[in-house]
Design a protein around this ligand. Structure first.
Ligand SMILES: Nc1ncnc2c1ncn2[C@@H]1O[C@H](COP(=O)(O)OP(=O)(O)OP(=O)(O)O)[C@@H](O)[C@H]1O
Length: 268
């Protein structure tokens, strides 16, 4: 399960190792003994119906939630990493982050550089250059001085991604990174992440609802339902009519496409 394009040398630990991951929230079992390895440079997307536990699993991998089991990032237990170390190792784009509404886009993206700035210190020229690079990469330069609360949903989503990229982490966790984007920006953002993955050797673990798009970009997919992994493998093995009918309770047709299976819901 760890093999895939961009895998590191045989002796390198996977970028992400998850073993027996179990999360309870307010006593309820939300993630149930999940195992998953993501190789360095690989893109794995977690799919599954609403409430399957995808976001919770992702947040646990990021070290943002207490869990049982193991989560290792480049071989190191996530809970052993200090805050700054963890932020240099893994950047997360959560769904609907709480943001200071009056903050400018520039200052918000600059927050991504916090793990590199000494406490009470000032940002360096390299920090400012990193912010400008990510703003340009996401077509956000014209918005640099706009307040966050004046942006459209899609513009905000690109700002969240810019902040995560500015963090310079080699692992990117993306929870529904394109849910607020129009089809053009959806493709633009995913292409950008894919290009940066190749250029910077990033490892991507994402959750997505658009199954065809998810299959286009992922090396491997994981289907979760009821907190458990119920299917895993290359997109063509996971995006099957039988899997989707069973776990989404919908009739679908899966058509072979140039870049992966195309999934279309059909009326009962
Ligand atoms: N504090 C909590 N106490 C109890 N249950 C919770 C708590 N927080 C979340 N849940 C439940 O955990 C389940 C999984 O939520 P999660 O957000 O991980 O699912 P998801 O697969 O990402 O769903 P979606 O596709 O809707 O975003 C949901 O049923 C949710 O209601």
């Amino acid at each position: 399960m760890t093999a895939g394009p961009g895998s590191g040398a045989a002796t390198d630990p996977p970028a992400i190792t998850v073993g027996g991951l179990t999360v309870r929230l307010d006593g309820a079992l939300i993630v149930d003994r999940v195992h998953l390895d993501v190789a360095e440079g690989e893109w794995v997307t977690v799919i599954g119906p609403n409430g399957a536990g995808k976001s919770t699993a992702l947040r646990a991998v990021a070290g943002l939630l207490p869990f049982r089991g193991t989560v290792r990032l480049h071989g190191r237990p996530v809970e052993a990493l200090h805050r700054r170390e963890r932020a240099r190792a893994v950047a997360v784009v959560v769904q609907n982050p709480v943001v200071p509404p009056a903050m400018s886009v520039y200052d918000y993206v600059l927050l991504g550089r916090t793990p590199y700035i000494a406490p009470l210190g000032r940002e360096s020229a390299a920090d400012l250059a990193a912010v400008e690079e990510e703003l340009a990469a996401l077509d956000l330069t014209p918005f640099a001085h706009r307040r966050l609360d004046t942006l459209s949903g899609g513009e905000r989503q690109r700002v969240f991604l810019a902040r995560a990229l500015a963090q310079g982490a080699r692992i990117l966790l993306l929870d529904e990174p394109t849910s607020a984007l129009d089809i053009g920006h959806q493709q633009e953002v995913l292409e950008l992440v894919d290009r940066l993955r190749a250029e910077r050797g990033l490892t991507v673990l994402a959750t997505m609802h658009d199954l065809s798009t998810a299959g286009e970009y992922a090396d491997r997919m994981v289907l979760m339902a009821g907190g458990r992994v119920v299917a895993a493998g290359v997109p063509a093995d996971v995006l099957t009519e039988a899997n989707l009918a069973e776990h989404y309770r919908v009739r679908v047709r899966v058509i072979p496409g140039d870049r992966g299976p195309l999934v279309v819901a059909v009326r009962a």
